[in-house]
Ligand binder design. Structure first.
Ligand code: FAD
Length: 306
């Protein structure tokens, strides 16, 4: 039995666990993979106070910090269901059930991938998913943005201020982004938008991305673009499938939270990329994790006198 059980071991979960444990309450983390998305990240240059680090190094520091406290860390386990009886119960895919007086959800999110040859091989070596994170690494170079929705067009506008040239490739015959964003993007001299473009391959020299190939869906013609980077902006999927029906989710499937990190289920809090919090970043997830932990503590001290 835990006072606070954190589900998910990314930056949000690690931060929540440290804040909870520092209150002297029984704290546990159950996670499929401690570190989360940070494990897949190469250069991190926006973790404030650390000028530059690498994902695996930051994860090692996170783990050390967590284990410095009395936190029980259960790894390689996936949560499958949440139930609220007298206690909150997390059922794992293994069938085991963990019980806690309060729960902090932080199962993160994953970028939708293009699933074309070269994408996996050049991930972090030219294939990128986060313009706030990796944009400055492509200063003065040419990049493509895949996807013409709001996040794609926002990324193109953002990158246009940093890189030499941006080509937006949209699969459909029109952009889905808000009109005002489209107008802004079209007004920029170094942004080109190509419609009906199906990316078929990311190409590279074995070390880094050197370009991509796409098919013009109206003519069937194959084209090659020379590029240093490919920003894939076709959606961020919250890892919340296992929560459907048990609490309020947004249209995008994010757990709806308020400014205290409370979900619609009493005693259950959430933080990080899986929630409705705007902007998905390490430092934001960590801040949200600490908010959720302090709210859980507040909840527990009120609940215990009933
Ligand atoms: P995550 O990091 O996604 O962690 C989720 C955790 O939950 C993991 O431990 C996972 O195993 C676990 N989990 C998922 N489902 C279950 C389940 N059912 N049961 C149990 N456990 C589960 N941000 C920056 O600020 N700077 C950067 O430079 C940067 N670069 C990035 C580069 C890449 C390639 C990627 C993918 C992301 C990058 N980000 C960067 C974004 C940043 O990594 C995320 O915003 C951050 O990791 C979110 O933290 P989180 O704790 O909410 O979720």
């Amino acid at each position: 039995l835990y006072d606070v059980l954190v589900v998910g071991g990314g930056p949000a979960g690690a931060s929540a666990a440290i804040y909870a444990a520092r209150k002297g309450i029984r704290t546990g983390i159950v996670a499929e993979r401690f570190g989360g998305q940070v494990l897949d990240t190469m250069a991190i240059e926006n973790f404030i106070s650390v000028q530059a680090t690498e994902g695996p190094k930051l994860v090692a520091n996170l783990e050390q910090h967590v284990l410095n406290y009395d936190v029980e860390l259960v790894q390689n386990q996936r949560a499958a269901q949440i139930k609220r009886n007298e206690l909150i119960e997390i059922e794992l895919e293994s069938g085991a059930v963990l019980k806690s007086r309060s729960v902090i959800l932080s199962t993160g999110a994953r970028w939708r991938e293009m699933n074309v040859p070269g994408e996996q091989a050049y991930k972090g070596r030219g294939v990128a998913y986060c313009p706030h994170c990796d944009g400055p690494l492509f200063k003065g170079k040419s990049v493509a943005v895949i996807g013409g929705g709001n996040s794609g067009i926002e990324a193109a506008i953002d990158l246009a201020g940093i890189v030499e040239h941006v080509t937006v490739l949209e699969f459909a015959d029109s952009l889905r982004a808000d009109e005002v964003l489209q107008r802004k993007a079209r007004s920029l001299p170094n942004v080109k938008i190509i419609m009906n473009a199906m990316t078929t391959e990311v190409i590279g020299d074995g070390e880094r991305v050197t370009g991509l190939e796409y098919q013009d869906r109206s003519s069937g013609d194959q084209h090659t673009l020379a590029l240093a980077g490919v920003f894939v902006q076709i959606g961020l999927i919250p890892n919340t499938e296992w929560l459907e029906g048990s609490m309020e989710l947004s249209q995008q499937g994010e757990v709806v939270i308020n400014e205290r990190g409370e979900t619609s289920l009493p005693g259950v809090f959430a933080a990080g990329d899986m929630t409705t919090v705007p902007y998905k970043q390490i430092i934001i997830a960590m801040g949200a994790g600490s908010t959720a932990a302090l709210s859980a503590f507040d909840y527990l001290i009120r609940e215990s006198v009933e």
